[in-house]
Ligand binder design. Sequence first.
Ligand SMILES: [Zn+2]
Length: 318
Amino acid sequence: MTHSVDRRGFLKRLAGGAAAASLGALAAPARSSAASSASEPSSAIESQRLTETLWLYRGDGGNVLAARDSEGLALVDGGLPERSAALLARIRAETGAERIHTLFDTHWHPCQTGSNEPIGNAGATIIAHENTRLWLCYANPVPLEHRSYGPLPAQARPNKTFFYGAEQVTVGDEPVEYGYLLQAHTDGDMYVHFKKSNVLAAGGVVSGAGWPIIDVHTGGWIVGMANGLQTLIGVADAGTRIIPAHGPVLTQADLVEQHRMYSIIAFRLQRAIRKGLGPDEVVALDPTAEFNAKWGDPKAFVKMAFESLWGHFAPDAS
Ligand SMILES: [Zn+2]
């Protein structure tokens, strides 16, 4: 999911471009799409070596983690489909490994599953939460974009799924735990923790590039985002390097800050829903006021977060 790109496009439509310009420091340059202008360049893929065996790849298509072992490579997420070929060539050249034997999909969005087809066609194990596999069997609306994504061909879908709790595999001599984050950014979010390196790929539940997307149509909601962050805070420790879906490497302290922020905002939105307010009225209340300087224009986020509560609240019986 192109969170930053989508937000930019959405805000352009909301505010005639002024809001989008303010996101320049937060958002990577937009790729070619209906939501971006032709004048915006496509960003280069940047790589960062985290350990002897782990590399982080960043660009406008979402963060990708590559882990090398004697059998080849395990990737966490695969970037956008249109950037997959360049990304995989870059990873193979830099890591010196050719075969990708394992791919983890932290959730179904295009920024995470864009390399599923070439990697799946080559026979890799694709690990994901069962809900992610199910979404990839259908055409789903991409949040804040006027398009759908999927279904992926059978070979490109996850072929090793789980439903509850956490499971573990080994990559080289590194134990790798992956676990479910319940309904949060979508309803199929998982983390992937490289325990020896203490690097935690957190997927879309953690934001490193401005206000996040909450994918209401596939089960995301703001209280779930806060709960997912709580789980991740427990998986991490003070020395863990945390990889969000987009943006730079974060720490456990950043997760604590984000958890607090979402909890405060969720409380305000719940109060607003009990008062019977509508989305535009809630946006006008500016329930994110003290966070906007750091996180950017909140309008699209507030609307999504508010809408995300609708399916979780019964009418007040009092
Ligand atoms: Zn996403």
